[in-house]
Design a protein around this ligand. Structure first.
Ligand SMILES: Cc1cc2nc3c(=O)[nH]c(=O)nc-3n(C[C@H](O)[C@H](O)[C@H](O)COP(=O)(O)O)c2cc1C
Length: 384
């Protein structure tokens, strides 16, 4: 059971807040000071694309960058066992990226072994990523039951050890990189004062708060008032830790509303990108909406995704992970559902590309395109 003592009490689940504090040497402090400037150097509001397994890989990040870029990307979550095995077992494929197009890029890691976190963070820093993020939020039952991810919410002593090991590793590699945590407001009930208060004592540079408990998974309303509470705690105990609000934010306008509601420095957006890959284009002067694209433009974007996927993953990742994206691209034009249906039956890249070509030649949107073209040439308006 989560105890809901006031924040002034220095215990969370029997662990004293400062038990794991680390007092840096002068040399360490100098590095730390510059590293901790990193997130401070972002001017709020910060908009991040959320880490999403089998979605936010190097390919989709490049697509999103092309459509309208967030301020920062995160990789899909990667096990510390896999990261720590670098270079012996090669670079985990979830960490792969194409240099400048995907920056700033933060690698998200998960697991339970502090030593492996230390090693992983040093490797991630050595490889020149822009940060390392610890997953303390994934609610999947078989993961949290093993004590990983949101399972750490009920094991604060291990959580603190992991943060400390990651901080030390992150500062020992390369130029040193900042450490962030992504978590929820509690395990079986909101415990913001205790859990987030505890985390804020662990000297993290950035904290993303999903306004649901682990038990809620993706169900029920997001408690933005609890995120606001987390921000107030931050102001009191860790003013240099940036906070991103997360949960059910679907657009830039929505994000700005949540920022003013909670006082957070920014937001992290996940599933909103499924409804509109151009979502982040509203952050700059070149705003577009996916709905306003022509059928040809939508199909063109999807084709680029398929070709990049083939180029990046053929023979390494299952072709079927692409099918999730067909639902994203194939909406809002004549024949979209039919093409989606046909693509869902395909088993490889070349049959998908053949289906698309066939559709472009014969599909109802091709008829419509020809009709519009004819009308344009004859100077008349198409009446449908
Ligand atoms: C398909 C999918 C995969 C996800 N994978 C991860 C992950 O690897 N790491 C993580 O921290 N969260 C992951 N999440 C959670 C999201 O990052 C985000 O916290 C959640 O979707 C709530 O935000 P949203 O309402 O904006 O989608 C995933 C969510 C989805 C839908």
């Amino acid at each position: 059971m989560i105890r809901t003592k006031p924040f002034s009490v220095k215990y969370y689940r029997g662990v004293m807040y400062n038990q794991h504090s680390h007092f840096p040497s002068r040399a360490e402090f100098l590095t730390m000071a510059s590293v901790s400037e990193y997130w401070q150097s972002f001017t709020p509001p910060i908009f991040a694309l959320a880490p999403m397994e089998n979605v936010t890989d190097t390919v989709f990040r490049r697509i999103v960058r092309q459509c309208g870029s967030p301020h920062v990307f995160f990789t899909e979550f990667t096990r510390v066992e896999q990261v720590a095995a670098y270079p012996r077992r090669g670079l985990p494929w979830r960490m792969r990226f194409r240099e400048e197009e995907e920056r700033p890029l933060v690698v998200q890691i998960w697991g339970t072994n502090p030593e492996l976190y230390h090693r992983s963070a040093a490797i991630i820093a050595d490889l020149g990523y822009d940060g390392v993020d610890i997953n303390m939020g994934c609610p999947v039952l078989k993961i949290r039951n093993k004590g990983s991810c949101s399972g750490l919410i009920v094991n604060p002593s291990l959580a603190a050890e992991i943060v400390q090991a990651t901080r030390e590793g992150a500062r020992s590699g390369g130029q040193g990189i900042p450490v962030s945590v992504k978590t929820r407001i509690g395990y079986d009930r909101p415990a913001t004062e205790d859990w987030i208060g505890f985390l804020l004592q662990q000297q993290i540079d950035l904290l993303t708060v999903h306004g649901r408990t682990a038990y809620q998974e993706s169900e029920g309303p997001v408690a933005y008032d609890e995120i606001a509470r987390a921000v107030r705690l931050r102001d009191a105990v860790a003013p240099r830790t940036r906070i991103l609000a997360n949960g059910d934010i679907r657009s830039v306008v929505d994000g700005m509303r949540v920022i003013s509601l909670t006082g957070a420095d920014g937001v992290m957006i996940g599933r909103g990108i499924f409804a509109d890959p151009f979502l982040f284009s509203h952050l700059n002067g070149r705003a577009r909406n996916y709905n306003d694209l022509s059928a040809d433009e939508k199909i063109g974007l999807m084709r680029r995704h398929i070709l990049l996927h083939q180029d990046s993953w053929a023979g390494e990742r299952n072709y079927d992970v692409l099918k999730r994206f067909y639902k994203i691209y194939l909406v809002g034009f004549d024949g979209a559902a039919e093409l989606r249906e046909r693509l869902n039956q395909t088993a490889d890249y070349s049959s998908a590309l053949r289906e698309i070509e066939h559709f472009e030649r014969t599909g109802s949107h091709a008829e419509q395109r020809n009709c519009t073209e004819q009308a344009r040439r004859s100077g008349s308006t198409v009446v449908r």
